[in-house]
Design a protein around this ligand. Structure first.
Ligand code: BG6
Length: 461
């Protein structure tokens, strides 16, 4: 028997930023593409039904996605429940609004500090029976708080009913990394320490923290994107192929990979903050929160021992792009008297803003001399995502498909990796907006450099 579909979708934080930016567009997409036809209940402190409808419309217009027919259907499905998240009446109202629904999905698009309270409110009002819960990141602030949160949630929901979102897992190009690796056996023999010299991952954003100063002050780049999005990319790149067809086979392998990553120490990290961050509203005038982090990871298993993985992620960088480069080893000796440059032989996987997978190789320049040039063969190129990650993930959670969600053991292992570098255990360097982070990041990569800066998308170059 398949996993039952949910029969109502409840989302907390209906007037919030995430609902505006991601949830309304995804809901319209689900109505349009997948015929979503269940009650959708938006819970918030102050959102009347009219307000939610107009927020949804503004969101879709602003994103250029408004589709009259689908939007009309969405507004027919939409309901509103108003009230404080610590007030039992809010949940009584919700239970009433759920009516005949017996298998609701609750999406907590709210500040994580309220997860426990809302879970308790749902349980006390009888809304958790046969339900699922979707939680936004960050899931905890460190290992101890993530463990504590898991303990609280497990009082009300079994692990199989908990869906922890990391929207990078819903990204087409991140799925394509796994697909390409495991659909083409030619990669398997070279995908290890014998052939790979290093791996680089860059997640650069040319914008700052904008109106999220208060949120970002509690996060910083390590908690915001390294612990989750970047480590998920690492796992797609380096995990073993899943064995067997058990539903958890993929997540079992991911979990094993996270557990094999050596916990980071201060020597493995360079933190930076862009000039001007301290004047962002909500940011402390002497904040030491990092808006950039570069880390050097190692994986303690037979496949990857000795292969460094360099990750850097930052705000206010030179451009917006996320990209992976797997660098293959150089020839053991120079057969033709030329020094083959490092990084000639590689595989590049571009995650955003456009999507591509290319192989970098060295070929001979036509002519008498045995001299070469670097070329890239593009295997696939797409302008961008077809389906927004949130739409894919919400659809999966409604169907009960958990493969693209983070499991408890993985989340905790991911925190274990970064736990030792959280806070102010390392110096903070500054960098100019538009730079590729602070100079010190170049020392971290050392002989495995240079850092490979992603190019702008072709239309802009
Ligand atoms: C979010 C972070 O999870 O991911 C943001 O909180 C970041 O700070 C965003 O900008 C990046 O997502 P994407 O899909 O634009 O790469």
């Amino acid at each position: 028997m398949g996993v039952p579909q949910v029969d109502a979708l409840v989302f907390f934080g209906a007037t919030g930023d995430l609902a505006y930016k991601q949830i309304f567009p995804s809901l319209q997409g689900l109505v349009k593409d997948e015929g979503l036809n269940i009650p959708i209940i938006g819970v918030s402190r102050s959102g009347s039904l009219e307000k939610l409808k107009s927020r949804a419309q503004e969101s879709l217009e602003e994103h250029g996605l408004l589709d009259q027919a689908a939007f009309q259907k969405l507004t027919e499905l939409l309901r509103a429940v108003q009230g404080n998240y610590d007030a039992p009446e809010t949940f009584t109202k919700l239970r009433r609004e759920l009516g005949q629904a017996e298998r609701p999905l609750h999406y907590l698009a709210i500040h994580p500090s309220m997860f426990a309270e809302v879970a308790e409110g749902l349980a006390n009002s009888g809304c958790t029976t046969n339900s699922r819960v979707v939680l936004e990141k960050p899931f905890g602030r460190d290992l101890a708080s993530a463990q504590e949160l898991n303990k609280v949630l497990h009082q009300y929901f079994p692990e199989e009913a908990i869906f922890r979102i990391d929207h990078y897992l819903g990204k087409e190009p991140v799925q394509n990394i796994l697909y390409t690796r495991f659909a083409n056996p030619i990669f398997e023999p070279i995908w290890n320490r014998h052939y790979v010299r290093s791996i680089q991952i860059t997640m650069a954003e040319d914008y700052g923290v904008e109106d999220r100063g208060k949120f970002y002050e509690e996060a910083g780049a390590i908690r915001d994107v390294i612990q989750n999005h970047m480590l998920q990319v690492v796992s797609s790149l380096t995990m073993d192929p899943p064995s067997g067809n058990a539903p958890e086979a993929l997540r079992d392998e991911k979990g094993r990979l996270f557990k094999a990553i050596t916990p980071l120490t201060p020597a493995d990290v360079v933190r930076g903050q862009y000039h001007g961050y301290r004047s962002v509203p909500g940011v402390s005038a002497n904040s030491t929160v990092e808006t950039f982090a570069a880390v050097k990871l190692s994986i303690d298993n037979w496949r990857w021992a000795g292969v460094p993985i360099y990750i850097r992620a930052g705000k206010k960088m030179a451009l917006t792009s996320a990209e992976v480069v797997v660098e293959f080893k150089r020839p053991p000796r120079e057969a033709f008297g030329e020094i083959v440059p490092v990084l000639s032989s590689h595989m590049r996987m571009r995650i955003s803003p456009d999507i591509s997978i290319s192989m970098g190789l060295r070929v001979k320049i036509p002519g008498e001399r045995m001299a070469g040039q670097d070329v890239e063969l593009t295997l696939v190129r797409q302008p961008g995502e077809d389906m927004p990650p949130y739409q894919r993930l919400l659809g999966d959670a409604m169907r009960g498909s958990a493969a693209l969600f983070a499991r408890q053991d993985s989340v905790e292992a991911q925190w274990q990796v970064v736990d030792g570098i959280l806070g102010n255990v390392t110096p903070l360097y500054t960098y100019a907006p538009g730079a590729w982070g602070p100079e010190e990041a170049y020392q971290l990569i050392g002989q495995h450099g240079p850092w490979l800066n992603p190019h702008p998308p072709e239309s802009q170059s």
